[in-house]
Design a protein around this ligand. Sequence first.
Ligand SMILES: Nc1nc2c(ncn2[C@@H]2O[C@H](COP(=O)(O)OP(=O)(O)O)[C@@H](O)[C@H]2O)c(=O)[nH]1
Ligand SMILES: [Mg+2]
Length: 290
Amino acid sequence: MLGRLVDELTSRGIVRKKWSKKDVFRVFDSLELELVAQGIPPSLVDSLREEVAKKLDGVETKGDPKEIVRNAIKSAIRGLLPPQMRLDDVIGAKGLYKVVFFGFNGVGKSLSIVKMAKYLQSKGKRVLVVSADTYRAAAGDQLEGYCRSAGVPMFKGPRGADPAAVAYDGLNMASSKGYEFVLIDTAGRNYLNKNLTEELRKVVRVVQPDLKVLVVDGMAGNDVLNQCDSFEEAVGIDALVVTKVDGSGLATPLVASLHSGKPVLFLGTGQSFNDLKDFDPEEAIDYILA
Ligand SMILES: Nc1nc2c(ncn2[C@@H]2O[C@H](COP(=O)(O)OP(=O)(O)O)[C@@H](O)[C@H]2O)c(=O)[nH]1
Ligand SMILES: [Mg+2]
């Protein structure tokens, strides 16, 4: 993704014996369209341009210039990333830890919830999954099927019930039975309209979650960034889960985290319940530098 940028900055440095801000700006300007076309939003190209220029300004082209450039870009990206988070960070939470998940249909919300539930269970935690997706008949059933085969307890309301009421009942059940985590699935659509926004806001109001997680599909490309913006505006996001990185690679989680300023809680890496892993920013940065 950034391979050309590295090469162009390197040759500019070699020709001029050192880098100046102006050199860096010129290279970025000549590649801007290409970077944007590859899925880096213009605002991010701008901040990267500023940061890399600051790092390289006045640096002499000694030793391995390509390595100097790579390190400057790496450290610029690190500086632009929000503090990251991982599943193990929430494990020690006291009391009932409440997580609400949202995102469009088919992104992998339900499967991700069960993955997280199983992971927490494997660490000795008592986890209840709640389906507040009462909109599609199949949704609750599908989640129920996942939970049954994963061995995760699940609560669902009647079809057509008010999702916030179901979430509320699920919470009550979780606290009365001594669960430590409650993971709430919500209805997706293929777009975010007024109804869904209102419905999600109501669930959030009732649940008062410790964590609001937007699930996005790594294969969805740049649309992921629009989804981050829309859900942030609608209900606010605390963290992202990026699924299907087994197909998409690591650019999407990195760019989405940079763009939204939100940490990536974990990545979906396949279709089975154990297919999840921590987001490793260093690995992702190396991935997009190639
Ligand atoms: N390859 C791959 N497929 C995934 C991943 N996460 C979810 N899926 C698949 O995506 C489809 C939709 O998942 P589902 O959880 O039902 O999405 P939801 O509509 O958002 O609840 C299913 O076929 C899942 O098996 C992932 O990390 N990798
Ligand atoms: Mg679902």
